[in-house]
Design a protein around this ligand. Structure first.
Ligand code: DQA
Length: 151
């Protein structure tokens, strides 16, 4: 199983970006942890970050043929990007939306997600654990689908 982790804008600043909200883990540390957890779960995990909406769309389109599903923290594009939502719908792979912070306890503009309706589920507010939980949930979902399809 191949899982793609997608990180949106400004997540490259993790570790020094508003640590009281996003914690102290860097993006490299999160990526390493996702790879480690992937090995534990028996899946291959690859990560990609871009500050550009089109870069994220291109990546989703480009990697989908080789991806079974996505863990997506689209960051601010969560709340604005119809293009990214369309790309994820267009490639028709299951995805879990994750956020480090609890977006629902923050400003109103963060309460809307263009990605949530198409997601298997949304995990928000658990820091790096949101990514871990997202990966575990996605792998469980994919296994359940495979089991169902093979019966
Ligand atoms: C975020 C929440 C978004 O509202 C914000 O724009 C981010 C990070 C999170 O992980 O908590 O950049 O997705």
């Amino acid at each position: 199983m191949n899982i793609e982790v997608i990180h949106g804008p400004n997540l490259n600043l993790l570790g020094r970006r508003e640590p009281e909200i996003y914690g102290r883990a860097t993006l490299a540390e999160i990526d390493q942890e996702m790879e480690r957890l992937g090995r534990e779960l028996g899946v291959r995990v690859r990560s990609f970050q871009s500050n550009h909406e089109g870069g994220l769309v291109d990546h989703v389109q480009g990697c989908a043929a080789d991806a079974d599903g996505f863990v997506v923290n689209a960051a601010a594009y969560t709340h604005t990007s119809i293009a990214l939502a369309d790309a994820l719908a267009g490639v028709a792979r299951p995805y879990v939306e994750v956020h480090l912070s609890n977006v629902f306890s923050r400003e109103r503009f963060r309460h809307r997600s263009y990605l949530a309706a198409g997601a298997v589920g949304v995990i928000s507010g658990f820091g790096v654990d949101s990514y871990r939980l997202g990966l575990r949930a996605l792998v469980e979902h994919l296994k359940a689908v495979r089991k169902y399809e093979s019966t």
